[in-house]
Design a protein around this ligand. Structure first.
Ligand SMILES: Cc1cc2nc3c(=O)[nH]c(=O)nc-3n(C[C@H](O)[C@H](O)[C@H](O)COP(=O)(O)OP(=O)(O)OC[C@H]3O[C@@H](n4cnc5c(N)ncnc54)[C@H](O)[C@@H]3O)c2cc1C
Length: 468
């Protein structure tokens, strides 16, 4: 048998591939096992990347439909070429996944194609789709097997008419009526894609609010903006069954508190009620790896499971199911395995909703601070008072900064607005360095930029905003 690897990573999503690359850069001999034909996991194949390709294309389509005339660009109205839009998405996916193949070669990482099953500490059996299984040995094993869509009891998805996010990324035609079950990030992003192309979107959510976990004020205002874009929301409501008729789907809705039945017709239903950790086929029982009540692999502060030498990162462990969280854990773990001090600051992980306008959040919400009894102050600034936003016809939204009332230290930020997902990072850096609102307020910002609204929100925390 060949020399053992220092590290075998199961799964090549953002957690797994980044861990493998950093470990190889630090001198470790690394293998990656991936069951799909392409690398990059959920994120590159059926998640972040294809959804953003469609969100970008449809945002331009909508701009051309509604805003071009105000800018003095007269066109006859854009015509949708859905086949080409999907081809663009597929090209973007292919270019990204082949980029990971390149990184593996460049860093001399050995890739195995097949299902990786842990047969014992240091032993992984790789079972390819065809051909004989192969055993590989490694000093350490990293599980980065990710997550899958959470099913809705009683409702079967067929990825054609009743779809998960995967089917919603590849619909063959624009549905007339799209039912989105679940008002989380994925439901609102993919709902936006199809709404911009003409679908009438109804979002049914069990809770009495959209975007659970995000700042309540942001969620409320954003719901109004989406309603203006044509979304219908049925909050505090659950879907109990869907009948598949020849003409279309009939969804049965019930109030979350019970009673008051109604039905809703749709051509396509998207089940987007969340994601759950994926651990099937890993052989967790063989080695006795513990999971928690929500199916997540339990790890210690160094990402080690209860079995020595077996680690886990990304969506399959606790924490937000985000690609950059998985990546950061991948880097931290590679550094720990190479004898360095890897670390992730879970207090400073941005979250972005790539709708129009975008939402970006970092750190504490007002609800968090209230629950923790931390005295705080709020600095707010609307994009209606920002010159660049006016020039771009992008005046929707605001920046909301939360700072400690005693020390002025920035504790959280919530932005609704064009390019919010890019703007949040100056606050991330500030928070990593425990900066204050005044530090941000006294930092010169280029004019005219949307980022000036971030500075104005910081000014509004104490010194006073200038432009409002
Ligand atoms: C529609 C959609 C949009 C999203 N958009 C965003 C976004 O904009 N930003 C963001 O941060 N996050 C987004 N996410 C979430 C993001 O995709 C995940 O958080 C991220 O992919 C998790 O990375 P991971 O490495 O833990 O797992 P994954 O990316 O899920 O990768 C796991 C990999 O492991 C492989 N695997 C599993 N078991 C085995 C086995 N036994 N043997 C071999 N291989 C195995 C799988 O085939 C897969 O390739 C989105 C998700 C979806 C579905």
């Amino acid at each position: 048998m060949a020399d053992p690897f220092d590290l075998t990573v199961i799964g090549s999503g953002p957690g797994g591939y980044v861990c493998a690359v950093r470990a190889a850069q630090l001198g470790l001999k690394v293998a990656v096992v991936e069951k799909w034909p392409t690398f990059g996991g959920t994120c590159l194949n059926i998640g972040c990347i294809p959804s953003k390709a469609l969100l970008h294309a449809t945002e331009l389509f909508e701009e051309a439909t509604h805003n071009f005339d105000r800018l003095g660009i007269d066109i006859d109205g854009p015509r949708l070429n859905l086949e080409q839009m999907m081809a663009h998405k597929d090209d973007v996916v292919a270019s990204n996944t082949s980029g990971i193949e390149y990184l593996f070669k460049k860093n001399k990482i050995t890739a195995f194609q097949g299902i990786g099953t842990i047969a014992g500490p240091g032993k992984v059996i790789v079972t390819p789709e065809s051909g004989a299984p192969q055993e590989i040995e490694a000093k350490a094993i990293v599980i980065a097997s990710g997550s899958v869509s959470t099913p809705l009891p009683g409702i079967e998805t067929d990825e054609d008419r009743i779809v998960t996010s995967t089917g919603a990324l590849s619909l063959g035609k624009v549905p007339e009526n799209l039912l989105v079950i679940g008002a989380g990030v994925i439901g609102l992003e993919l709902g936006s894609v199809w709404a911009r192309l003409g679908a009438k979107v109804t979002v049914v959510e069990f809770l009495d609010r959209i975007l659970p976990g995000m700042d309540g004020e942001v969620a409320k205002q954003f719901q109004r903006m989406l309603s203006k874009q044509g979304f219908t929301f049925k909050l505090g409501t659950k879907v109990t069954a869907i009948d598949m008729g020849e003409k279309g789907l009939v969804a049965h809705l019930e109030s979350a508190s019970g009673g008051s039945d109604e039905t809703l017709e749709a051509d396509v239903a998207l089940v987007s009620i969340g994601r759950r950790p994926f651990t099937e086929g890993l052989g967790l029982d063989t080695v006795g790896i513990e999971i928690d009540g929500r199916g997540r692999i339990k790890t210690d502060g160094h990402y080690q499971t209860n079995v020595q030498g077996i680690y886990a990162i990304g969506d399959v462990i606790s924490g937000p199911m985000l690609a950059h969280k998985a990546e950061d854990e991948g880097v931290a773990l590679a550094e720990i395995l190479a004898g360095q001090a890897g670390h992730v600051n879970y207090g400073v992980i941005p979250g972005v909703v790539y709708t129009n306008p975008e939402i970006a959040a970092i750190g504490k919400t007002e609800e968090d601070l209230k629950a923790e009894g931390v005295p705080y102050k709020i600095g707010k600034f609307p994009f209606t008072a920002n010159g660049r936003a006016k020039a771009m016809l992008a005046t929707q939204g605001f920046v909301k900064l939360l700072a400690d009332a005693r020390t002025d230290r920035v504790l959280g930020a919530h932005i609704v607005g064009k390019n919010a997902g890019e703007m949040i990072h100056e606050i991330a850096v500030l928070m990593e360095f425990s900066g204050s609102a005044e530090d941000l307020a006294r930092t010169c910002h280029a004019h005219p930029t949307l980022s000036e609204a971030v500075r104005e929100a910081a000014l509004a925390c104490g010194l006073g905003a200038i432009h409002i």
